[in-house]
Design a protein around this ligand. Structure first.
Ligand SMILES: NC(=O)c1ccc[n+]([C@@H]2O[C@H](COP(=O)([O-])OP(=O)(O)OC[C@H]3O[C@@H](n4cnc5c(N)ncnc54)[C@H](OP(=O)(O)O)[C@@H]3O)[C@@H](O)[C@H]2O)c1
Length: 285
């Protein structure tokens, strides 16, 4: 029987339990983190308590993520690594090859979570999922999931996958309502991972956010991240290469937002709130 994802406190952090995976609710994002800055950010994050790093083949930085992991000295069983297969590699064998290459570059054993980065209508979804399932069964990935999947695509992916999917990683922040997608994912046991959770920095000056931040004596980014991870089954992947911001973005487990504050932030959603919309994106819900 499918159980909805649950968010529980473990060692002072929220961990999202979804279809058998235990996923730390704040991940360090690494898109556009490159070279030494990426390695330093990953090292800083792990040393300061992050237990989840989010990367992708397309970010071109898996080797730098590995360098940061090595430099941190944090034991491998203490953290969770997510990576993603690019949309050009969606055929079954290409998914498998991509997964093997990621495992080699990340140099940390099997990845914890392997995602299809974007749907690709030119390749039957069943083939791509067969690749993910094979990657899991061959020991390259402990868990599998998807990214940028819409409501109909999630239904199809769940129907076609022979192994449980544990997350759908999509854009989510206060300007973009993802309520229907969160509920649809939860009905199948999937968590939702929020990318661009800070609206790429754009919404941190919003007066509603800054007023709530002031009331709690917190930074605007912490308010937005708390709003995300306080929702059951939601994970957030804020990106930063700035040490102080990296540390602050994790410090969201020692306060709570009230119901009215949660609702005020949810009310910031607007129809043009989406920020990431490449030409190859699916028809959004
Ligand atoms: N699956 C997908 O298709 C997909 C798409 C987009 C993103 N992602 C993932 O999601 C992650 C995050 O998304 P994102 O990088 O688009 O945007 P984001 O995390 O919403 O915003 C990152 C920006 O906010 C700044 N920032 C971070 N913490 C801050 C703070 N405490 N106060 C003020 N500014 C702060 C960062 O600057 P500095 O770095 O200069 O500190 C950076 O400019 C990515 O890195 C990637 O891992 C996935």
């Amino acid at each position: 029987m499918t159980r909805p994802p649950e968010s529980r406190i473990d060692n002072g952090q929220i961990v999202v339990h979804a279809n058998g995976a235990a996923i730390p609710a704040v991940a360090l994002g690494t898109w556009q983190s490159t070279d030494d800055a990426c390695a330093r950010a990953v090292g800083e994050a792990l040393r300061s308590g992050y237990r989840h790093i989010d990367t992708a083949v397309a970010y071109g930085n898996e080797a730098q993520v590995a360098e940061g992991i090595r430099a941190s000295g944090v034991a491998r069983d203490q953290f969770f690594v997510t990576t993603k297969v690019w949309r050009d590699d969606m055929a079954r064998d290409a998914v498998l090859r991509s997964a093997a290459d990621s495992v080699r570059r990340l140099d940390s054993g099997p990845v914890d979570l392997l995602l299809l980065h974007w749907p690709n209508p030119d390749v039957p979804l069943a083939d791509s999922l067969a690749g993910l399932v094979a990657a899991k069964r061959e020991g390259l990935a402990r868990h599998i999931g998807v990214s940028n999947f819409t409501l109909p695509l999630i239904g199809e992916a769940v129907r076609l996958s022979e192994e449980p999917l544990v997350t759908n990683q999509v854009e989510y922040h206060p300007r973009l309502d993802q309520g229907r997608l969160i509920r649809a994912c939860a009905a199948h046991g999937l968590s939702l991972t929020a990318y661009s959770p800070l609206g790429r920095g754009a919404l941190l000056a919003d007066p509603v956010i800054t007023a709530i931040a002031e009331a709690h004596g917190r930074e605007p980014a912490q308010i937005v991240l708390r709003w995300l991870v306080q929702q059951p089954g939601v994970i957030a992947a804020p990106k930063s290469v700035t040490p102080q911001r990296i540390r602050n973005n994790l410090a969201v487990f020692d306060f709570e937002l009230g119901e009215i504050e949660m609702a005020r932030i949810s009310n910031l959603a607007r129809p043009d709130g989406r920020m990431i919309n490449p030409a190859f994106a699916p028809a959004w819900d």
